[in-house]
Write a protein that binds this ligand. Structure first.
Ligand code: 5CA
Ligand code: ZN
Length: 397
């Protein structure tokens, strides 16, 4: 499906290098991307409601990685999905009397507008779950028999490799599985942690044809199908918010292992969760600050980017007006010094960002360009504060 138009990108002096990110499996930094290429799959929205700042923070983190890779001289292949068929969409449709397709289309369009306004680089392939259904059907058919079985017409995935990404013990996995869309207690399953691959048609629910009879895909296989259609396993990074570590990314990895013998990714990267009013900001709790509301209020989204970059991406953090005000204040200072030379700090800024996207260090270094900076003599290499902030942080001064 169509994505969104790319933002402009200023040129900085070339600086090939290695980018490291923290892999959730070990907590250790790993070099990601090789031979001039990097590939990234970032789990997209389930479009039953508008984009909130939690989503935005996660997509801004992976946009930063995209920018840092490019700056280090790599070509980036970036894929994202839209989960445009899943239980939450059908529940919202039933609640509001709207067609689930209309909700998905409307919220996906709003997401594109929000991402464009935030100056997020678009994915090279943006694909929806519905578009992926033929691939899902074909992949389920390719799974070795030991990995797939049916319960009352529904097809399940089974693998001893579940748990490799999160590293949790079984009781922890079973508890969280139930909270995040799984059905550990369903009678007839071989293992409580087996996950749904294909849900056979239910009355009143949409269904698509397939070798397993009419039905719709389970959640994890959708991302596997979209990732494997456009990229080769192992990709450099699979990313998403911390709530996707288990079961989603763990199941995706186990499915790719079963299909290809290789893990899905070299590194699994998870962002901390944005809270609001003391709880995780989430559509289901309703404690939302929407990107579109901020736009309507006239908030400059460059200040939102700076506010969210104030802490490291891996930390859970609370959104509030004070954080936004600090982002706005920094933006004002940087704008007043936009033509200041950043040449002296550029190597250090790059080193900070190439070290697991250390934005607090990068912001502090760029702040120092504003202290007593003079534009006398001009900047000969193009590395003004404006250019560095734009190219590396997506912040337009
Ligand atoms: N469609 C699936 C992924 S395949 C999904 O999780 N959709 S979502 O709309 O619920 O979330 C989209 C992305 O935003 C996910 O990466 C999720 O981890 C992230 N996210 C959701 N809430 C927050 C939050 N409060 N803070 C940070 N990231 C969040
Ligand atoms: Zn996903």
């Amino acid at each position: 499906m169509k994505s969104w138009a790319p933002p402009s990108m200023p040129d900085l002096p070339a600086s090939p290098g290695t980018v490291r990110v923290r892999d959730s499996r070990t907590g250790e930094p790993l070099p990601v991307g090789r031979d001039g290429l990097a590939s990234m799959y970032v789990c997209g929205i389930t479009p039953y409601d508008a984009t909130h700042l939690g989503h935005a923070a996660t997509y801004l983190t992976f946009d930063l990685l995209n920018r840092v890779w490019r700056d280090a001289g790599l070509t980036v292949d970036f894929v994202q999905n839209v989960t445009d068929i899943d239980d939450p969409l059908l529940e919202r449709a039933a609640l509001t009397g709207q067609d689930w397709r209309d909700i998905a289309e409307r919220e996906t369009e709003l997401f594109r507008t929000d991402m464009h306004a935030l100056r997020v680089l678009p994915p090279s392939h943006y694909e929806s779950a519905v578009e992926s259904i033929p691939d899902v059907v074909s992949l389920i058919g390719q799974l070795p028999p030991a990995h797939a079985y049916t319960v009352d017409g529904d097809t399940y995935f089974h693998s001893a490799a579940v748990g490799q990404v999160c590293g949790w013990d079984r009781p922890a996995m079973e508890t969280v599985f139930a909270q995040r869309g799984g059905d550990p207690a369903r009678p007839g399953k071989r293992d409580p942690l087996d996950s749904l691959l294909w849900r056979t048609e239910r009355e009143g629910e949409p269904a698509w044809p397939g070798a397993l009879g009419p039905g719709r895909p389970g959640w994890h296989i959708e991302c596997v199908a979209i990732a494997l259609r456009h990229l080769h396993a192992p990709i450099s990074v699979q990313g998403g918010g911390r709530d996707l570590l288990f079961p989603h990314h763990d199941m995706c990895n186990a499915q790719v292992l079963a299909l290809t013998g290789r893990p899905l990714a070299d590194a699994f990267m998870h962002t901390g969760l944005i809270g609001y009013q003391g709880e995780k900001m989430s559509k289901s709790l309703g404690n939302l600050v929407l990107v579109s509301q901020l736009r309507q209020r006239g908030v400059d989204l460059a200040a939102v980017r700076l506010a969210l970059a104030e802490h490291h991406y891996s930390q859970d953090r609370e959104w509030d007006e004070a954080l936004l005000a600090r982002g706005e204040a920094r933006l004002q200072v940087w704008r007043a010094h936009a033509d200041a030379p950043a040449t002296d700090v550029l190597d250090e800024v790059r080193a900070a960002l190439r070290n697991d996207l250390d934005t607090p260090a990068a912001l502090a270094l760029l702040d120092s360009c504003c202290a007593g900076a003079t534009t006398e003599g001009g900047v000969t290499d193009g590395a003004t504060l404006r250019a560095v902030a734009d190219a590396l942080l997506g912040v337009l001064l």
